[in-house]
Ligand binder design. Structure first.
Ligand code: GCU
Length: 387
């Protein structure tokens, strides 16, 4: 009996490229064939991902207010950097709901010279691993080099929005919106709730004079990369959407079933996605979408996929192929096509129009190598010089 059960169960992961099945991806453009048609098609894609993958996030709050407190910290290279904690208070049906973002701003940021920024979604509770004002070269968030390049970085803490825990993820934001407890098939998962929090940082940029709301990149690592990949699609105020090793449920194509699979991720992390996503366990070909359609839905904004050579669990090839398969949308806007053979060698980078990618040596992580590529890509896309 156990053997039969094992045979019937969908494979939970695969590390053999030869075992990747043949698959046909859903069409990116549908009936759209011009830039004018694209917003309509984009809206359809967003709706499909809400229904089948991530669930419907709470609406933007009717009212959101900000309180800040600042300190000046030393970037270690003679520069002063402002370390600003932003307490965000959202008006929700059950009253005020607050969460926090920590921003490191270069000294030159002002109303006359608002700066571009990176919204970094961070799921680790701040209490467990605080971002320290005396660590400008901190691995996952090197705020010294980022501010030296002329940008701000905002750490969007999401543990106080939707804890990364299947029994408590709905106990904060979703509860405030009456969306906790038993979920409908398209009920909001934790990843969408995290993205909602990142959007509140853009709200803040819209009213903060020294941050440019037109130049905000969103990123996250791994599970937070999945959240960023979706957040950047939903909220088109993000100018650049970056996937850092986001893998299954992020940039990687689900139909490749390489590394982590839909069945596996749903059994380990049932709170990340909507209940309907379970219908695709071992049944990826039934998905009306695949993850390349999120890369496509970023168009005509910019999208970047970062993979790590030894991060097989996240399917580095499948992450890159999402970018390639987004061709039809980017070509609508005059961008050149990206081909599978453009995939960078280990240590290499490729940029085609509004799309970029690199393959970092080593394993799963958000490292200085990744950040240096993001700074270069942002500067090029935003038409700036790295200082
Ligand atoms: C697990 C999970 C991945 C996820 C990763 C992470 O490995 O299976 O989907 O990306 O955790 O968040 O580091």
């Amino acid at each position: 009996l156990m053997l039969l059960a094992a045979l019937a169960a969908p494979p939970e992961f695969n590390y053999d490229e030869a075992e990747v099945p043949d698959y046909t991806l859903p069409d990116v453009l549908g009936d759209a064939d011009s830039p004018e048609d694209w917003p309509g098609r984009r809206a359809e894609i967003v709706r499909l991902f809400e229904q089948h993958v991530y669930g419907v996030a709470p609406p933007a709050p009717e009212k959101v207010t900000f309180e800040t407190r600042s300190k000046t910290v030393d970037a270690g290279d003679g520069r002063e950097v402002e370390w600003r904690t932003v307490t965000i208070t959202n008006q929700t049906p059950s009253g005020p709901f607050t969460h926090e973002v920590e921003v490191f701003l270069p000294a030159g940021a002002s109303a006359k010279k608002p700066v571009g920024s990176f919204a970094l979604i961070r799921y680790t509770p701040r209490s467990k691993d605080p971002i320290a004002p005396d660590e400008p070269e901190r691995g996952y968030c090197p705020w010294g080099p980022i501010t030296a390049a002329g940008y701000a970085v905002a750490v969007v803490y999401v543990d106080d929005v939707a804890p990364d825990d299947k029994t408590r993820f709905d106990s904060k934001l979703l509860k405030a919106y009456g969306m906790d407890g038993e979920r409908p098939l398209d009920g909001c998962g934790a990843l969408a709730a995290w993205g909602w929090a990142a959007s509140r940082f853009v709200d803040y940029c819209e009213q903060a004079e020294d941050l440019d709301a037109g130049r905000v990149a969103v990123l996250g690592h791994s599970r937070a990369g999945k959240a960023a990949w979706w957040a950047g699609v939903r909220d088109d105020r993000f100018s650049i959407v970056i996937s850092n090793n986001s893998g299954c449920g992020g940039a990687a194509l689900s139909r490749r079933r390489f590394g982590e699979t839909v069945a596996r991720i749903n059994s380990s992390f049932p709170h990340w996605f909507c209940p309907q996503f379970d219908a695709y366990n071992g049944n990826e070909d039934a998905l009306p979408i695949d993850q390349h359609m999120l890369a496509a839905a970023v168009a005509p904004r910019a999208v970047y996929v970062a993979s790590a050579a030894e991060d097989a669990w996240a399917d580095p090839r499948g992450e890159f192929l999402s970018l390639v398969e987004a061709n039809p949308a980017f070509e609508l806007f005059g961008d050149p096509a990206l081909r599978p053979e453009d995939r960078p060698e280990v240590g290499g980078t490729v940029v085609r129009g509004r799309r970029g990618s690199h393959l970092r040596p080593g394993g799963h992580g958000l490292e200085r190598f990744d950040w240096d590529r993001y700074l270069e890509f942002a500067a090029a896309y935003w038409g700036e010089e790295i200082k």
